[in-house]
Design a binder for this molecule. Structure first.
Ligand SMILES: Nc1ncnc2c1ncn2[C@@H]1O[C@H](COP(=O)(O)OP(=O)(O)OP(=O)(O)O)[C@@H](O)[C@H]1O
Ligand SMILES: O=C(O)c1ccc[n+]([C@@H]2O[C@H](COP(=O)([O-])O)[C@@H](O)[C@H]2O)c1
Length: 217
């Protein structure tokens, strides 16, 4: 068994017990895990993925299109196929992977996802990527303190989220684990807990604003 948790594993044909995830990773690779609802995807998401790719010197950024954010209402969430297609259209450049791995694994919570991927790909240097607004509410995520010990975290700045994120319970609890932005490239493979906050430039796009615009159209 890969992981003794709530996740449901999808066996791969010919490889009993292995997960069929739709991508392969080699030991030593530097890989960003970029989770999101992408409801819908927009160029702010591309900005986050590209910033992480460049600043952390990553081989891949995997856009993990979430089956359902456990803290958001499912009423507004578009079907996975639509959100996957939107993410594919936004992802630019080599190294970007758009993935429905969480749906395949039956994992809704980031801590479960990260643990499964670490077990499936030993020796891969994973980093969790998120925007500053996610850091502000990170203490509401399942097993958030353990998650900080599972994987290094890169936070990309976002308009209006700077103060709230940098004074958040997570930022305060893990103040000693914060690395300067100039050391961002050392994050993959760093001893956990470790996190960086990468300031500016800002991208002002949001899915909420896009959904609002669509409603009014
Ligand atoms: N413009 C942006 N700048 C920085 N981070 C962003 C930006 N847009 C999204 N993110 C980050 O990308 C991740 C996925 O975001 P998500 O798919 O929820 O988009 P969103 O625009 O925040 O959606 P919503 O408005 O519905 O909450 C989150 O960690 C979020 O903080
Ligand atoms: O694990 C949790 O408890 C948890 C709670 C809230 C959000 N997340 C993850 O955070 C990522 C960003 O979510 P979102 O909706 O802000 O795009 C996405 O991968 C979610 O699954 C995870």
């Amino acid at each position: 068994m890969w992981f003794a948790g709530p996740a449901r594993l999808v066996p791969e044909a010919g490889r009993p017990g292995a997960l069929r995830l739709g991508f392969d990773l080699k030991p030593g690779m530097r890989v960003g895990l970029y989770g999101g609802s992408f409801n819908p995807a927009h160029d702010g998401h591309a900005h986050v993925a590209e910033t992480a790719m460049t600043r952390l010197h990553l081989d891949h950024v995997i856009w993990l299109v979430s089956p359902q954010n456990p803290l958001k209402s499912s009423k507004e969430t578009a079907p996975l196929a639509e959100r996957m297609a939107g993410a594919r259209a936004q992802a630019r450049g080599p190294g970007m992977i758009i993935s429905d791995a969480e749906t395949r694994m039956g994992s809704q919570y980031t801590i479960d996802t990260v643990r499964i991927l670490k077990q499936r790909f030993p020796g891969v240097h994973f980093v969790w990527i998120m925007g500053a607004d996610s850091l502000a509410s990170f203490h509401r995520w399942k097993g958030w303190t353990q998650l900080m010990h599972e994987v290094p975290v890169a936070v990309i700045s976002r308009p209006w989220a700077g103060l709230k994120s940098q004074t958040s319970p997570t930022a305060r609890r893990f103040a000693a684990a914060r690395r300067p932005a100039r050391e961002a490239k050392l994050l993959p493979g760093a001893k956990t807990p470790a996190w960086v906050y990468l300031p500016g430039p800002f991208n002002f796009q949001s899915s909420t604003a896009l959904r609002e615009r669509l409603r009014k159209a």
